[in-house]
Design a protein around this ligand. Structure first.
Ligand SMILES: [Zn+2]
Ligand SMILES: [Zn+2]
Length: 364
């Protein structure tokens, strides 16, 4: 595959993984929206409804009385203003009368009336003011009494709230556990399916799609565990998973280093057969016409004038052959066509039959 195509397919696979993560996130969010316990409903089961009604009644009564008190205080301010006005008028009238008396003239009837009216207004306002004062004092007394009762009721309600809170917390825990199980029931099978598909089709051209799905589901499994398992469990789960992954990777690397892959071995065997030496111990294969050859550093060189031994050589070439040095079977009978084939190469040179088992990997 050209380099640009490889980079492109890698980027698209990463994009695909993020899209998978996104999609799984939507589904998991919808599962998380399952209806949880209702605090008000749980509370209503545990507290006395009459007491709750009384508390509300007290609160509204107190609020109404306080509203009335503030109204009375407003009226008092108005009365204080009209008292001040009346007092001012009275002082002016008295001043006028004093001036008239000094000049020897008695005050007129109009002046007398005006003074009397001002006095009356002052007295009326003062009386209203005093009445308002008394009402405010009485209302404050009532509010104090009601507040005492309100406090007692609130204390009782609070005591009844404790078991309600315990009950609610228990229901909430059960609900979270349920949500977590639903999420895991959704994501874990997907993860296992992706893992199975990936391991089955590891050699396929579409493996990067499966790898993207595997990575996305693995990521979401971790996310669900992180969200729903208590932190102290999650850290163990996470570290164990990380160790398993790293170990698997390390084992794979070590195995690859210790045992070369099939392709590498095959190349080595092929070269050895072509050079007419044992692929395992490099001892010369003295078989058929090569029986009389002399091995130089460049390979076998024909020894004698072979014509008179040709028939004997042909006969020997058809016999199974094992390396005289290490005992590895190098030529054996084909199970399919009964001709002689290269034991360590995958195909029979006569019938093209592919060996079912792997003789290559068996030699270490
Ligand atoms: Zn050998
Ligand atoms: Zn064959």
């Amino acid at each position: 595959m050209p380099r640009s195509l490889r980079v492109m397919s890698f980027l698209l696979s990463v994009l695909l993984m993020f899209l998978f993560i996104w999609l799984l996130g939507f589904v998991l969010d919808d599962i998380g929206d399952l209806q949880g316990p209702d605090w008000n409903a749980v509370l209503a089961e545990h507290e006395d409804p009459a007491l709750r009604a009384r508390a509300q009644e007290l609160a509204s009564t107190i609020a109404e009385i306080q509203w009335r008190v503030s109204r009375q205080e407003q009226l008092q301010q108005e009365q204080r203003r009209s008292m001040d006005n009346a007092r001012g008028t009275m002082q002016q009238m008295m001043e006028l009368q004093r001036l008239s008396l000094e000049q020897g003239a008695p005050p007129s009837e109009v002046e007398k009336d005006a003074l009397a009216q001002a006095q009356q207004r002052f007295l009326d306002a003062q009386e209203s003011y005093e009445t308002a004062n008394a009402e405010i004092a009485a209302a404050n007394e009532t509010v104090y009494r009601l507040s005492q009762e309100q406090k007692a009721v609130a204390d009782t309600l609070e005591q009844q709230e404790d078991p309600a809170r315990d009950d609610f917390n228990a229901q909430l825990r059960a609900h979270r556990l349920q949500v977590a199980s639903w999420k895991l029931a959704f994501i874990v099978p997907l993860f296992l399916l992706a893992a199975w598909l990936f391991s089955r089709h590891r050699g396929s051209a579409y493996r990067s799609i499966l790898l993207a799905a595997l990575a996305a589901t693995f990521w979401k499994v971790g996310g669900v565990m992180f969200d729903h398992f208590p932190r102290e469990y999650f850290k163990y789960i996470a570290i164990v998973a990380a160790i398993v992954i790293v170990l698997a990777f390390l084992v794979w690397l070590l195995r690859k280093a210790a045992r070369p892959g099939r392709d590498l071995l095959l190349t080595r065997y092929r070269e050895a057969y072509r050079g007419h030496v044992c692929p395992v111990c490099a001892y010369p294969i003295a078989r058929g016409p090569l029986r009389f050859a002399v091995w130089t550093r460049k390979g076998p060189r024909s020894g004698g004038n072979g014509n008179e031994v040709l028939s004997a050589q042909d006969a020997a070439a058809d016999a199974p052959y094992a390396c005289p040095s290490c005992g590895t079977s190098l030529f054996s009978t084909c199970g399919n066509c009964s001709s002689l084939r290269h034991t360590l190469l995958p195909y029979c040179e006569h019938c093209g039959d592919e060996r079912a088992e792997e003789p290559i990997g068996a030699v270490s």
